[in-house]
Write a protein that binds this ligand. Structure first.
Ligand code: ASP
Ligand code: MG
Length: 437
């Protein structure tokens, strides 16, 4: 069994939905995981925001706009009177349901129910469409098997235990369809895997049923070895190991939801990143094997803030770093890069919502300095210590650029560097020509 996930743009218009059958072969055993039609989840977030602000007239207006969009959508998707009627009934049902929240107390719980409507609509529309053209399929409700626990961690054992019997109930079906993103939490309430979470759904399902492979279909021909918007001549990376993909996912979150590497890695399910616009292209294959001695990719992430804490109390002391990290923990702020000297430590964060509070607590430890508008540049590949002198080639490529932090040796798959965002373009281009050309 294969898992095929299609994102919002792949179901973004009636034509795109129809052309999915160029990729999906209904005779093959597979589970197709769909996102909401592109833009829908953002609209649902806005609607929920309006409800949260108790701005009912704004909410009504937004709901009507989205309803209108779908009315047009179904008029182009279906061609028979029955199809058109089924589609209209479905859409009307979901939008009157969304309107009904105007009468309730609105909490984050209601918000999650509203956010779930996008995937519920897209998957049902697809099933109705297949039905209209005489292709048999079985629609599964992700809410019957996708589950997260008290810590919001997906429960693969639960998913496996609940999904396998459902599949076994339909031995003659080959094409199953289900929703990405949505799930139930430990209270049984409707919840989700966070924005962009449909990839995660596909990977979790793949892990839970020990699938042959997980295919993530997007609009790009796999992960590229550098940012194509900045560097010319980038190429799709043919093969990545799970470890390399995990390093890159943080940077290339738009291609692959960062978390989705882990279930596939743990259960050794190959993941393929493929392009709906060019289905024959090989894309990127992510597996357990790593290719020795190769640099795979250069990636960058902007919007980084570096914080330096300098303190003589750090010298020969223990427990200092723990106390520093606890501050970040209290403010639920993840640290990305760390470098230390004997009397100072620098860390980077990208979530600055609690920066003020964090700084005022850190001030108790010593002198604190911050540098904003920084970029992390990450070079991923086989950096196993003794091989190839890649590290020196990285530094050679950047010798004309001031570097704020360097992190090497955390894993043998990457070198990360922090520099001012102003130097990013030059750094990416120079690294590209040194490492790949
Ligand atoms: N529809 C959800 C979102 O926009 C999940 C996804 O597309 O992956 O975040
Ligand atoms: Mg996505």
């Amino acid at each position: 069994m294969k898992i095929l996930k299609f994102g919002g743009t792949s179901v973004g218009s009636p034509e795109r939905i129809k052309s999915l059958l160029d990729i999906i072969n209904p005779k093959e055993k597979q589970i197709v995981v769909l996102s909401a039609v592109s833009g829908t989840t953002n609209r649902l977030v806005e609607i929920s925001q309006a409800f949260l602000n108790n701005d009912k007239s704004k909410a009504t207006k937004l709901i009507n706009n989205l309803h209108h969009f779908y009315t047009k959508f179904i008029s182009e998707l279906f061609s028979t009177p029955e199809g058109l009627e089924q589609g209209a009934n479905l859409v009307n049902y979901h939008f009157s349901f969304i309107h009904s929240f105007a009468n309730d107390l609105f909490t984050p719980l209601e918000e999650k129910i509203i956010l779930a409507q996008g995937e519920l609509i897209s998957t049902t529309l697809y099933q109705f469409y297949l039905n209209e053209i005489g292709v048999s399929s079985k629609l599964l409700s992700a809410l019957d098997f996708m589950k997260i626990d008290e810590d919001n961690e997906p429960d693969v054992a639960f998913i496996s235990e609940h999904l396998k019997p459902i599949l076994a109930d339909y031995p003659d079906h080959t094409l199953f369809i289900t929703q990405g993103f949505i799930c139930r939490n430990s209270f049984g309430e409707i919840d989700n895997l966070r924005r962009g979470g449909s990839d995660y759904t596909a990977s979790l399902i793949g892990a839970a049923i020990n699938a042959e492979e997980v295919q993530i279909w997007t609009d790009i021909d796999g992960m590229h070895n550098n940012d194509p918007r900045i560097v010319s001549g980038t190429k799709p990376i043919a093969r990545l190991s799970f470890d390399e993909a995990a390093e890159l996912a943080y940077f290339g979150a738009k291609i692959l939801h960062p978390q989705s590497v882990f279930p596939a890695q743990k259960y050794k399910i190959p993941v393929r990143l493929l392009n709906t616009m060019d289905p024959k292209a090989p894309g990127t294959l992510i597996t357990d094997d790593s290719e020795r001695g190769k640099i795979k990719s250069i990636a960058a992430k902007d919007g980084i803030t570096a914080i330096k804490i300098q303190s003589s109390r750090m010298l020969l002391a223990y427990g200092f770093l723990r106390r520093v990290f606890e501050v970040f923990e209290r403010y639920k702020t993840p640290i990305d890069m760390i470098t230390t000297s004997e009397v100072a430590v620098s860390v980077t964060i990208d979530d600055t919502r609690n920066l003020e509070e964090i700084l005022s607590e850190l001030n108790r430890f010593g002198t604190v300095e911050i540098d904003s508008d920084q970029t992390i540049i990450c070079v991923v590949g086989d950096f196993a210590a003794q091989t190839h002198g890649y590290a020196s080639r990285v530094f050679e490529a950047l010798k004309h650029i001031p570097i704020r932090m360097i992190s090497y040796g955390g894993s043998s798959y990457n070198i990360s560097l922090l520099l001012k965002t102003d130097y990013k373009v030059e750094a990416l281009r120079s690294l590209h020509s040194r490492l790949f050309e």
